[in-house]
Design a protein around this ligand. Structure first.
Ligand code: FE2
Ligand code: FE2
Length: 184
């Protein structure tokens, strides 16, 4: 449950941050792509919210408030920091989102929520596409050669392959949670 609550509020912050981000860029293709990414984050939030509902769990109010503030601030900062920093920050965060949904899918299987798995892995794949987009945008910048990028994720196809492999060892997963009521 904890990881889904984190994801739910994380998507809120991402949605607001990308709203500011696409408003701050001038290239039409970038505006369209980042606006689509914003829409995808809202869709993720809806899907994760539905999962929380099935678990009879509520989002953390404190996290929701914090995510709103962080997302709004990041979205506003995009207008002042220049082009590169928001692209870099988004790519780095997206790489973590891939792992977050991969981990949630493993926990879902461990807890017997088989019907969550495909949706969680699909969200990991969408986050992979987001990471790829921002990585390529950063690499297109003249300063890219002096930048140290975050670690490159494995190929997109590896998400489901890795899930199936790790699933064999799922019994070794730590089930510790902040709520103590199970990892999801
Ligand atoms: Fe997302
Ligand atoms: Fe994303």
């Amino acid at each position: 449950m904890a990881i889904l609550r984190l994801a739910y509020s994380g998507e809120l912050a991402a949605g607001y941050a990308y709203r500011g981000h696409w408003h701050s860029v001038s290239h039409p293709d970038e505006r369209i792509r980042i606006r689509t990414i914003e829409d995808e984050e809202w869709r993720h939030r809806k899907l994760v919210g539905e999962m929380l509902g099935k678990l009879n769990a509520r989002p953390s109010l404190a996290r929701e408030i914090r995510a709103t503030i962080i997302g709004r601030i990041l979205g506003m900062l995009c207008h002042f920091t220049g082009w590169l920093a928001p692209m870099y920050g988004a790519g780095k965060l997206e790489s973590r989102n891939i792992t977050k949904y991969e981990t949630a899918a493993l926990y879902a299987r461990a807890c017997g929520y088989e019907d969550f798995i495909d949706c969680l892995l699909t969200m990991a794949e969408v986050e992979w596409e987001h990471e790829q987009y921002f990585r390529l945008r950063v690499l297109s910048h003249p300063m890219a050669r002096w930048l140290r990028l975050w670690p490159q994720p494995a190929p997109k196809a590896a998400i489901r392959r890795s899930f199936n492999d790790k699933n064999k060892n799922v019994s070794n997963l730590s089930l510790a949670t902040e709520s103590g009521s199970g990892p999801l």
